[in-house]
Design a binder for this molecule. Structure first.
Ligand code: IPE
Ligand code: IPE
Ligand code: MG
Length: 253
């Protein structure tokens, strides 16, 4: 996973990259159904597609990437699908943590860990521990994640800690979220054609740019990613003001 030169035509046109890119990896089920395959085959293809995308982003110096792998609402799916998907995730985290570690990636779990099976918690905890001191890209794995659950969890912790109300501002609140030391999201990419956030990073993406594509997640490749990054670089972010600024790496740049 060595650094690669930025050579493609699209990348030449890109003037600013986001600091934090978050993916709603949607469309696995439809990808399988289109081929007459069981939904789980779509998840298998989707999980296989994760590494090349991470590799690309890491090679291009993206500082934070968050992947929506399983939402708090996804528990309502058939048990077979949930368990099958968990096995695939268990497998990829267990297998790829070392390679990511070698490339300086810091892995973080985003969401409720305690509700996951011991078999799934184990590789996650191991990967987080192994990569904790890395200084490269931070990779947030949102697994059993819900934006509302995260906010409620933060509220409970703040109340437990008896934080005086006058001390509660946006900065402090952000420190109680699963993404405490992440930068705000600059770009959310949703594959699969739905135009909604599905409870993903609702606090952190408050001023994010959104990119929606009908391409199904297993088909979302480097070329599609570059299209999204190019679209992002052409956005003008105003953050409520009048001055439009080029969309590079967010508010503080
Ligand atoms: C996204 O693909 C992966 C998860 C939600 C776990 P889907 O499984 O939602 O795929 P579609 O939307 O049914 O095609
Ligand atoms: C969002 O996709 C969750 C993940 C990608 C993990 P869903 O397929 O679950 O979302 P909805 O049902 O279309 O809102
Ligand atoms: Mg879906």
């Amino acid at each position: 996973m060595a650094r690669v030169a930025v050579t493609s035509t699209n990348m030449e046109k890109i003037t600013g990259l986001p600091r934090h890119v978050a993916f709603i990896m949607d469309g696995n089920g439809r990808w399988a159904e289109k081929r007459g395959l069981p939904r789980l085959e779509g998840h298998r293809a989707g999980v296989k597609n994760i590494l090349p995308i991470i590799r690309y982003l890491n090679n291009h110096g993206i500082k934070y990437t968050t992947l929506y792998a399983f939402s708090t609402e996804n528990w309502s799916r058939p048990e077979d699908e949930v368990n099958g998907l968990f096995h695939l995730l268990e497998d990829i985290i267990g297998k790829e943590a070392r390679e990511l570690h070698k490339n300086g990636v810091r892995i973080r779990h985003i969401g409720r860990l305690d509700e996951l099976s011991a078999e799934l918690q184990k590789p996650i905890k191991r990967a987080v521990k192994l990569t904790a001191r890395n200084k490269g890209m931070t990779l947030g794995v949102a697994l059993n994640y819900g934006g509302r659950e995260e906010i409620l969890n933060a509220v409970r912790s703040i109340m437990d800690g008896e934080v005086p109300p006058e001390d509660i501002d946006e900065k402090l609140f952000g420190e109680y979220l699963y993404t405490a030391d992440f930068a705000d999201v600059d770009l959310v990419i949703r594959t699969g054609g739905e135009i909604r956030t599905s409870n993903f990073l609702i606090w952190q993406a408050a001023y994010s740019e959104y990119y929606f594509t009908p391409v199904l997640w297993p088909d979302f490749n480097e070329e599609e990613l570059e299209k999204a990054l190019l679209a992002y670089s052409q956005r003008r972010r105003r953050f409520g003001g009048l001055q439009s600024k080029a969309a590079c790496s967010g508010k503080e740049s």
